[in-house]
Ligand binder design. Structure first.
Ligand SMILES: C[S@@+](CC[C@H](N)C(=O)[O-])C[C@H]1O[C@@H](n2cnc3c(N)ncnc32)[C@H](O)[C@@H]1O
Length: 217
């Protein structure tokens, strides 16, 4: 059920989120008694998509996002302005999250972390741990080694910023190491066949929902 007080508005774009795994994350966040503060790492959007934070906003969360790429940030800001929704998305890099320790009850990164090198993903995962409150929940998805996309990235502003040449892929249990200071609540491997620009493509993801442990080991 939506939070009391969540504003009813008319949206110019379809009021539907396409990032389906975030619904399960939202469901799990809603079962806790933690304050509804959430951070999205890689929170930008494109011309035809809502920033995913919009889903959490609709459910009464105080939302924050960081996004490294100017264009994706501009699209997100346009959405916020057009619909008068303060999602609080700023320019930022999840390798150095610009927020203090243990600020957020919930942190997620959806379809974003795989753009970085594994060395940088290690740094970003420790940043996510740092800004999460004890017992807070995080959601992160990785690309599986079963995902066939090994193409080199085009040289764009953000791939240059990330010093990254192609997606990082993970074996089934390889990313578990990032969650040693978390309790893994749910892990899911998803194979998706979909049409993209008229072509059939396959994507294979490994998703984690995890709870931050009280102490670091
Ligand atoms: C495929 S888009 C997904 C955007 C959004 N999460 C969504 O699902 O619509 C990946 C985004 O992650 C951002 N990103 C990648 N690495 C980042 C980093 N280190 N810090 C912040 N944003 C990053 C990219 O700029 C890009 O906008």
């Amino acid at each position: 059920m939506k939070q009391k007080g969540a504003k009813k508005r008319k949206f110019s774009a379809p009021d539907i989120i396409w990032a389906t795994p975030l619904y399960e994350f939202l469901r799990q966040c809603n079962t806790t008694r933690l304050k509804k503060t959430i951070l999205d790492c890689g929170a930008g959007s494109s011309a035809d998509r809502h920033p995913p934070l919009f889903l959490f906003y609709q459910y009464g969360y105080k939302t924050y996002g960081i996004e490294i790429e100017k264009m994706a940030l501009a699209h997100a800001h346009r959405f916020c302005k057009k619909n008068d929704i303060p999602l609080n998305i700023i320019r930022g890099d999840m390798r150095r999250i610009p927020f203090k320790n243990e600020l957020f009850s919930f942190v997620y990164s959806y379809n974003a972390i795989m753009f970085m090198t594994k060395a940088d993903i290690t740094v970003a995962m420790s940043e996510i741990h740092r800004v999460l409150k004890p017992h807070g929940l995080c959601y992160v998805n990785f690309l599986s080694v079963d995902d066939p996309d090994r193409r080199p990235f085009r040289r764009t502003e953000f791939t240059l910023l990330l010093r990254s040449k192609r997606f990082s892929h993970y074996k089934d249990n390889e990313a578990d190491i990032y969650f040693r200071n978390f309790e893994i609540l749910r892990k899911e491997k998803r194979l998706i066949e979909k049409l993209y620009d008229g072509r059939k493509i396959t994507r294979v993801y490994i998703d984690y929902i995890a709870k931050k442990k009280l102490k670091k080991f």
